[in-house]
Design a protein around this ligand. Structure first.
Ligand SMILES: Nc1ncnc2c1ncn2[C@@H]1O[C@H](COP(=O)(O)OP(=O)(O)OP(=O)(O)O)[C@@H](O)[C@H]1O
Length: 304
């Protein structure tokens, strides 16, 4: 399956918040959808879910108009939508039935998911009596109860302790392996790096970066190296770079234990190595720099 958003616009009153965004999601390759607070992620997801109507643009699934109600979608919204006074099993089942499962199937699936998420012992308790993390797990059971083909997770790890995060990680990995179409929105970059082959970065209602995360990292790392030497602090080494190596490379960041440097245009790694040997520097570290997603995020949308 391939989901395509093409040139989607959305305004609230006179304020346009999405200015023509486009990106694709393919099954089996999770998409990390990220951006700063207020960038437009939730609005985009709500448009996908048909909770908001776009002013312009189209959403296609395998080339045909995408109508959310015609598909099994597991949506974990940012604002959690459960009933505090209702019993846990009843509300997960209710949602399953709402999505077309028979009562029997809904009960079976609900119990299986509550068990998988380690909250089956609360099935007859009112939701409001559960801890925040356990309520989150019930919400996750609801997300998966109808065995969705499309899974949209907005900050799914919020409130989960490390053990429960591990359980959820396994579930998400499974969903990806089962070739589900997964959209994962989070401010926690480490999770996006862990699961997502592709990313779409939205800033102030525009997609400013998208595509294969590995390739994006390679492109961002281009011409950058991490360097340290034995017997010199990173501050001392920074000074040497500024004073004696400036035509070959410049320091872009001092990480304390090492420097991130960028080769000047037309200069190669070998030029820098030669110069460092010439200066008698005892090289400890000299490797291609691979930026983290957080580095890329801050660089791309960190200003202002
Ligand atoms: N119902 C609404 N009415 C008016 N403006 C809205 C509405 N929903 C969202 N907005 C505005 O649209 C913009 C995008 O908001 P959105 O919730 O999509 O951001 P987000 O990327 O999900 O942010 P966060 O990471 O904080 O959840 C914001 O300026 C927000 O104030």
């Amino acid at each position: 399956m391939k989901l395509q958003l093409n040139d989607v616009y959305k305004s609230f009153g006179d304020t346009e918040v999405l200015h023509g965004i486009s990106f694709n999601v393919e099954s089996g390759k999770a998409l990390g959808f990220l951006g700063r607070n207020g960038a437009g992620k939730t609005t985009t997801i709500r448009i996908l879910m048909n909770l908001f109507k776009a002013n312009r643009g189209e959403i296609l699934l395998d080339g045909k108009k995408f109508i959310a109600n015609e598909h099994q979608i597991g949506y974990l919204p940012e604002e959690r939508g459960l009933y505090p006074k209702k019993k846990v099993l009843d509300q997960v089942m209710y949602f399953g039935q709402l999505r077309g499962l028979s009562k029997k199937q809904a009960k079976e699936n609900s119990m299986a998911w509550l068990k998988r998420l380690g909250v089956e012992m609360y099935s007859n308790k009112k939701l409001e009596t559960l801890s925040k993390g356990n309520q989150q797990k019930v919400q996750l059971a609801q997300t998966f109860v109808c065995n969705p083909d499309i899974v949209i997770l907005d900050e799914p790890f919020s409130g989960l302790d490390p053990v429960n995060s591990q359980v959820l990680k396994e579930i998400i990995r499974e969903q990806i392996e089962q070739k589900k179409l997964v959209i994962f929105s989070s401010h926690q970059m480490n999770y996006i790096e862990e699961f997502c082959e592709n990313i779409a970065l939205i800033n102030e209602g525009e997609i400013v970066l998208k595509g294969d995360l590995k390739k994006i990292k390679r492109d961002y790392g281009m011409n950058r190296l991490t360097v340290s030497v034995i017997g010199q602090s990173s501050l001392e080494l920074e000074k040497i770079f500024n004073e004696e190596i400036s035509g070959i490379a410049k320091v872009v960041d001092n990480k304390g234990k090492y420097l991130i440097i960028e080769l000047e245009t037309g200069k190669a790694k070998q030029d820098l190595l030669n110069k460092m040997f010439q200066l008698g520097l005892d090289i400890e570290r000299f490797s291609i720099y691979e930026p983290t997603l957080e580095d890329i995020f801050v660089k791309k949308v960190g200003e202002n």
